[in-house]
Ligand binder design. Structure first.
Ligand code: SAM
Length: 244
């Protein structure tokens, strides 16, 4: 079940104040952007690793807008996107440049990264999250010169290479309509003219008003991309529909 930053209703005022203090702590620590190469990822002790995770686990909410955007959890549409990618991977024969935006644990990017033919970079809002994704690459012994970007999409437009990627992957990143402008601007900046974006998301995100239809409408107003729904996954047991 998805939950988006609803501390106020569920936890009452005291709990909420507590969260506010923690937010203040975090906001001084995480508002940064940049990138590192996977080979430069330092080996952290298990203790340090646990500390960065705990910093975010203090929160009862799945995400806190502009501070922590849910990257430590694997969201379900990323599994749908992995399955879809497996079905089309053979269509790609040549070296293909890929970036996963809002990667979190980065399952779709990790899937393509299994083949050296795909040069995959990763991006997440939080540095701690891409460090964790990088550690996964290390563990799998599949470090292929990947670049790990962290920060807000509006800042990353200055450092992510322009018109460089054949494929952009992104899963569960369109829940917040106020971020559509910067996300689409980054798509436009990073994608090659003939490139493709594979986006997986829920049809509607209750409580935050974003969703596939809203995003399609937004894109169509920009006139920048053609969109097509290529798969509808009916998660009817949970009364949700996911779309790739
Ligand atoms: C709900 S999580 C999804 C994580 C992962 N893609 C998955 O499906 O498991 C949303 C992701 O979007 C990214 N994100 C959201 N808003 C962002 C912003 N303004 N700038 C950069 N990244 C953002 C965060 O990196 C976060 O990990």
């Amino acid at each position: 079940m998805f939950k988006f930053n609803f501390n106020v209703e569920e936890n009452g005022i005291n709990e909420n104040l507590n969260v506010k203090e923690k937010q203040d702590d975090l906001s001084t620590l995480t508002q940064e952007f940049g990138y590192f190469h996977i080979d430069d990822l330092q080996n952290e002790s298990k203790e340090d690793e646990e500390k960065s995770r705990q910093k975010f686990e203090l929160y009862k909410s799945d995400l806190i807008p502009n501070i922590y955007e849910g990257g430590f959890k694997t969201w379900e549409c990323s599994h749908d996107l992995v399955n879809y990618l497996k079905s089309i991977i053979e269509n790609y024969q040549n070296i293909t440049t890929v970036i996963e935006l809002g990667c979190g644990s980065g399952l779709p990017g990790l899937e393509l990264n299994k083949s050296q033919q795909f040069h995959v970079d990763f991006q997440d809002f939080n540095r701690e999250v891409v460090e964790q994704t990088g550690k996964q690459l290390k563990k799998e012994k599949r470090m292929y010169n990947n670049r790990m970007f962290f920060g807000d999409w509006s800042d990353l437009i200055n450092i992510i290479p322009s018109h460089y990627y054949d494929i952009i992957l992104t899963s569960e990143t369109i829940y917040n309509i106020s971020n559509y402008g910067k996300l689409v601007q980054l798509f436009d900046h990073a994608l090659k003219p003939q490139g493709v974006i594979y986006l997986a998301a829920k049809v509607y995100y209750f409580g935050v008003q974003g969703g596939v239809r809203q995003f399609e409408e937004f894109i169509s107003k920009t006139g920048l991309f053609n969109t097509r729904v290529i798969q509808i996954i009916d998660a009817s047991k949970e009364k949700k529909q996911n779309v790739c």
